[in-house]
Design a protein around this ligand. Structure first.
Ligand code: ATP
Length: 300
């Protein structure tokens, strides 16, 4: 039996999320600023000799069959590279589920990367990203990580410089959101407030945290705030407690705030922990990586 391999699967937030249009095939064309944060699940992979994929998790309600993205990621690599061995995978969840933080996608991304290592397959990141895209639109970014502009349905990724040092306060309310429900109820019209994604890219290029937080915006809030006004309240409280900016991540229900000091973020976290409407809080740093000078990354 080989040694188990453990991988950190990092969550993401959207500093900006714009939807340009609904395509004929039902997918939405987006422009998003993605940011990896140091809140992570732990994925452990180990070869087994029974030839099956067996999952376990600390969360009792997580599906442990082909409905789990980790299962599908392992299976994708096994099939593509004719691997006869089975794999035991444990998923230690810390990222809130159905919360707009790409929890399932990042677990799948870690499983793809892990399979490559476990079986010494030598798959390039570009190839892994292609496999990831067959499983979900957010998976390519979860493989790439850092800060990036995401376009198309999420598959056209342009790496951006790291954002300035700061602290993220992550607040997950007790209610969850279904991504499908939010997109189905999104009706774009002239009332829609589109975030200034290009302005945010400029602010990121200028290492300007105030400029970044000033431009934080998410068109999906127009759907979720109508059904869950608590999201507005959480954002207001974050700003009152010192956040430079506060926003719902992805399709929600997680709200995050950006703080310049860990102390202020921690104090705000204490405030939210006393609220029975809040299920989970975390204070984390953004995940940064040194970027090679790269061109836009397209996967079609
Ligand atoms: P996104 O931000 O990409 O929209 P999300 O954070 O809103 O995703 P997830 O946490 O990925 O949502 O969970 C969405 C659904 O996916 C859940 O209902 C869950 O049962 C299912 N799922 C499948 N695999 C996983 C996994 N490894 N971790 C969490 N959820 C998973």
């Amino acid at each position: 039996m080989t040694q188990p391999l453990q991988l950190k699967a990092y969550a993401k937030v959207n500093l900006g999320l714009d939807v340009l249009r609904r395509r004929e095939d039902g997918y939405h064309e987006v422009r998003m600023i993605m940011q990896t944060v140091k809140l992570f699940d732990l994925i452990t992979l180990q070869k087994n000799t029974c030839g099956q994929i067996r999952l376990s998790s600390n969360l009792p309600y997580l599906p442990l069959n082909e409905k789990n993205l980790v299962y599908r990621a392992i299976n994708t690599i096994r099939t593509a590279y004719n691997i006869p061995d089975g794999v035991d995978a444990t998923i230690e969840k810390h990222i809130p589920v159905a919360a707009g933080m790409a929890g399932g996608s990042t677990d799948a991304a870690a499983a793809l990367v892990g399979m490559n290592q476990l079986f010494s397959l030598g798959i390039t990141q570009e190839e892994l990203i292609k496999h990831g895209l067959t499983l979900g639109a957010d998976i390519p970014f979860c493989i790439m990580r850092g800060t990036a502009l995401s376009e198309g349905i999420g598959e056209i990724l342009t790496p951006l410089p790291s954002i300035p040092a700061c602290w993220f306060l992550i607040v997950k309310p007790t209610f969850s959101m279904s991504t499908k429900f939010v997109y189905e109820n999104l009706h774009l019209d002239e009332q829609t407030k589109h975030p200034d994604i290009d302005g945010m890219i400029q602010a990121i290029n200028h290492n300007d945290l105030t400029g970044i937080t000033y431009r934080m915006g998410n068109v999906l809030e127009q759907v979720t705030q109508k059904h869950y006004p608590a999201i507005i309240q959480i954002k207001e409280n974050m700003r009152r407690l010192g956040a430079l900016g506060a926003l719902m991540s992805g399709s929600g229900s997680t709200v995050f705030g950006i703080f310049t000091s860990r102390e202020a973020a921690g104090k705000a976290a204490e405030f939210f922990r006393k609220d029975p409407g809040i299920k989970q809080t975390a204070v984390v740093r953004p995940f940064s990586k040194d970027l090679p000078q790269s061109k836009p990354h397209k996967n079609h």
